[in-house]
Design a binder for this molecule. Structure first.
Ligand SMILES: Nc1ncnc2c1ncn2[C@@H]1O[C@H](COP(=O)(O)OP(=O)(O)OP(=O)(O)O)[C@@H](O)[C@H]1O
Ligand SMILES: [Mg+2]
Length: 244
């Protein structure tokens, strides 16, 4: 197990947004966290990287409970968990090369030659061409910006990739391409990938396992094949999008 959630509970004031969450993620898996809007998917993801702190329960990263880690210990966890946000959030004033190099320069002391090598490798992994490196983000399409955003995280070689709704707002063709890319890079870089999504179809295409949240509770956690047989009305509702 690379990540384990035990009895995890998160409240905002009187409101419980995560309610005794319990599940685990194996190394090299692609796990989708599905559920309606407002069920706590992003809160769960943010808890992993310490952006939010749960009141009760444990998050075990390779067996160590990280919930009470201090800021310095959390920095180490953040290096191992690459987060890819819904918005590409690239630096507009920097070239795409500098955007991808940013984290490398900040966290490591690589030579420029080593940085160039890493950028070349990651660029081909996300299927982008050389000629975009000297462009600014606003000079390339939104789909390409998403790829750059993935490249920027991937170049740091995280053990876990966390995606928050990587395909929301994309057209169907780009959605399929980005999903395929998530699967490809997960295999190539041997990462564990956790993908928060609304999209049952994408989950069926690429996930090994699915966690379904409703109002902060896990209503299904299991292999992708098994969710097809689940009778919960909400799960069935999500399926109607896939098999109307
Ligand atoms: N920082 C915060 N302070 C107070 N309440 C918050 C905070 N962050 C999230 N919430 C609340 O927690 C609940 C769960 O939010 P969360 O963002 O995890 O939902 P979600 O499942 O990611 O939804 P969506 O699919 O729309 O992104 C929501 O009701 C939200 O209003
Ligand atoms: Mg969210």
């Amino acid at each position: 197990m690379i990540l384990e959630f035990k009895n995890l509970t998160k409240k905002f004031g009187e409101r419980t947004v995560l309610n005794s969450i319990h599940f685990s993620i194996k190394k090299s898996e692609i796990v989708f966290i599905l559920g309606q809007s407002g069920t706590g998917k992003s809160v769960l993801l943010k808890s992993i990287v310490g952006l939010l702190k749960p009141e009760v329960g444990e998050i075990l990263f390779k067996g160590s409970n990280i919930v009470n880690f201090n800021e310095m210990q959390m920095q180490e966890i953040r290096k191992k968990c690459g987060m890819v946000f819904q918005q590409p959030a690239l630096f507009d004033s920097l070239t795409i090369y500098e955007n991808i190099a940013y984290g490398l320069r900040r966290h490591f002391k690589y030579t420029e030659e080593a940085i160039q090598d890493k950028i070349q490798k990651v660029l081909s992994s996300v299927h982008l061409e050389q000629n975009i490196l000297q462009k600014k983000p606003q000079q390339v399409s939104y789909g390409m910006q998403k790829r750059v955003s993935l490249a920027r995280t991937l170049v740091l070689e995280p053990e876990i990739l966390l995606f928050d709704e990587p395909t929301t707002g994309l057209d169907p063709v780009t959605t399929t391409a980005i999903n395929r890319l998530i699967k490809e890079v997960s295999i190539q870089y041997k990462t564990t990938s956790v993908v928060v999504s609304h999209d049952m179809k994408c989950a069926m295409d690429i996930a090994n396992r699915v966690i379904f949240l409703d109002k902060g509770s896990v209503i299904f956690a299991g292999p992708t094949d098994e969710i097809k047989l689940n009778e919960h009305p909400l799960v069935r509702g999500f399926f109607q999008e896939v098999e109307p």
